[in-house]
Design a binder for this molecule. Sequence first.
Ligand code: UD1
Ligand code: UDP
Length: 354
Amino acid sequence: MKILSVIGARPQFIKCAPLSRKLRESHEEILVHTGQHYDPKMSDIFFKELGIPEPDYNLGIGSATQGEQTGKMLMEIEKLLINEEPDIVLVYGDTNSTIAGSLAASKLQIHVAHVEAGLRSFDRTMPEEINRIVTDHISNLLFCPTRTAVTNLENEGITDGVHNVGDVMMDALHYNIKVAEEKSTILDDLNLSHQDFMVATIHRASNTDDIENLSSIVKAFCSVDANILFPVHPRTKKCLQQYGLWDKLRENVNVISPLGYLDMLKLMSSSRKILTDSGGVQKEAYVLGVPCITMRNNTEWVETVDDGWNVLVGADCGLIIDAINGFEGTGMKGNMFGFGDACEMIYKIISSRI
Ligand code: UD1
Ligand code: UDP
């Protein structure tokens, strides 16, 4: 079968690595990088570290407004699909690369397979929520990471082609955590000891593009007696500089460039707590058994909150400080994200369609 996979943003490289490896055992894969993320530390490093094949096409779309970025991707992907005539288009997650890939394919009546289908934050102010809803409604195969995701789709009347396969990020995590333990020297490089710091990541539009929210988060970080290691997303760096917050960061906040996946895993597994607005990082914190403080008002990964390992604090300075000082993960952890065999299950389902 000829599968055309569309990726473009950091978490999609991580998700695609194990699945691409599996699919290529007996299928032809055409890999398309939209160029949504392009800085070496947001893109190339993942291809090198995770052994992802060189993309067959890099569309070089880059950054723009929501509509312009998505529109340019749509135009370029359509041309490719007409030339390549794949049997199936595979898209991941909820970015603009996801919606562009699924929309282009569906209009050409090419089957769409959506990895990480069925997630909902029920917050339509998020561009990602729009991308998820539209992609799910035009997909033919919907690979859900959790039972909650299947239920969300049922509630929207989507039941055909739905498979609860678990989360492909678990495949990536299980495979790479051992490699990270062996290879990563990041703790020594940064002169850190196990549990004497907290990792923080921020990139969600609701936090970066809102000066009050970003100021409130910075104030919280600078008010606590904790070492915060902050690998900063380029979007966040730009906003911190633009709002004059960059120079207000105190020395307990160690701002570094975005990290490769292996160093990130090593740091997260050694971190006392994790502060984030990332989807992927919330799950990784849960699986690694690190208490997670999520700077959002909602989450698609409700299981992590229900189980007591994640707390939603929004961008509220007081709540962030309280959680840094007081929140501890408690309770049993389940296997709701699967067993790290999602790629095997997806491979079998796709292969059975020949
Ligand atoms: C995107 C996804 C988000 C995902 C995140 C993962 C959408 C709508 N959002 O958000 O769902 O969680 O990726 O990290 O698709 N920039 C650079 N260099 C880069 C990439 C981005 O400087 O390599 C800067 C640019 O100023 C750009 C901004 O970051 O305008 C935002 O990038 P964009 O890809 O539009 O959104 P993300 O916030 O990265
Ligand atoms: N990540 C990384 N380096 C970093 C920050 C994050 O490798 O500096 C990884 C993280 O471990 C997770 C993924 O990137 O696997 C999450 O991506 P991101 O937070 O950009 O997007 P989201 O998951 O919110 O869509």
